[in-house]
Design a protein around this ligand. Structure first.
Ligand SMILES: Cc1cc2nc3c(=O)[nH]c(=O)nc-3n(C[C@H](O)[C@H](O)[C@H](O)COP(=O)(O)OP(=O)(O)OC[C@H]3O[C@@H](n4cnc5c(N)ncnc54)[C@H](O)[C@@H]3O)c2cc1C
Length: 188
């Protein structure tokens, strides 16, 4: 039983998958094409897209873009109206007001999205679940929570001992050095 099935492992599908996984949902992405999925693209991300990706933990390598410029030059069939690239008469230009955009290869963006999705155990391809990846993610989350709890207990001067506690009848309890990683006992 899965919570979400996403058809298509393009930017929209993978970003949605990452959002769902971060919300604790189980996700499968079905994508018929082999990685890296490529397509015709201007390969420029607007600043808002860069920020949204960063918020998802996706930071593809690329070239920062300070603005955008449309020029009429370089046409395949230069006509009488074609001018030099630096001629302001044939170009429209605007700078981004806030943060930068990013020039990034489409395949690089795809790889970065896939890598982030993989951290949640999501593979884009024939429907499947990466249980080992899921497990790694779970351990990372538990570790993080455990460290947070440990810090909290320390701050409250609670003694924590690493080991496995077990009851031994009415006489009391004992603590051994079990191999359960996150087991701990609080002794009063
Ligand atoms: C020429 C061109 C230039 C562009 N330049 C830019 C640019 O510079 N910057 C920018 O931000 N955007 C640009 N875009 C737009 C951008 O490419 C799209 O907005 C973006 O790809 C949309 O992402 P998507 O995931 O919705 O769809 P897609 O990227 O099209 O991904 C859809 C995926 O779904 C898969 N799929 C299709 N059907 C099924 C099915 N039935 N079951 C399962 N999987 C399926 C496909 O294989 C594909 O991998 C450009 C688009 C074009 C055409």
């Amino acid at each position: 039983m899965i919570d979400v099935l996403i058809a298509g492992g393009g930017p929209a599908g993978l970003a949605t998958a990452i959002c769902c996984a971060r919300a604790g949902l189980s996700v499968i992405v079905a994508e018929p094409r082999a990685a890296p999925v490529d397509k015709a693209c201007g390969e420029g991300l607007m600043p808002a897209a860069v920020r949204r990706l960063a918020a998802l933990g996706v930071r593809p390598e690329g070239h920062p873009l300070r603005g955008i410029r449309y020029a009429e030059c370089g046409r395949a069939d230069p006509g009488p109206r074609t001018r030099e690239p630096d001629d302001p008469g044939c170009a429209a230009e605007a700078r981004f007001r806030g943060s930068a955009g990013l020039g990034v290869r489409r395949t690089t963006l795809q790889a970065a999205l896939r890598a982030r999705a993989a951290e949640f155990g999501i593979a884009a391809g024939e429907p499947s679940i990466d249980f080992a990846g899921n497990q790694r993610r779970k351990v990372a989350v538990v570790d993080q929570l455990f460290r947070g709890l440990s810090g909290l207990l320390k701050g409250r001067k609670v003694t924590t001992l690493s080991g496995t506690g077990c009851g031994s009848g009415s006489s009391g309890s004992s603590l051994g050095r079990g191999d359960r990683r996150h087991a701990w006992a609080l002794l009063t």
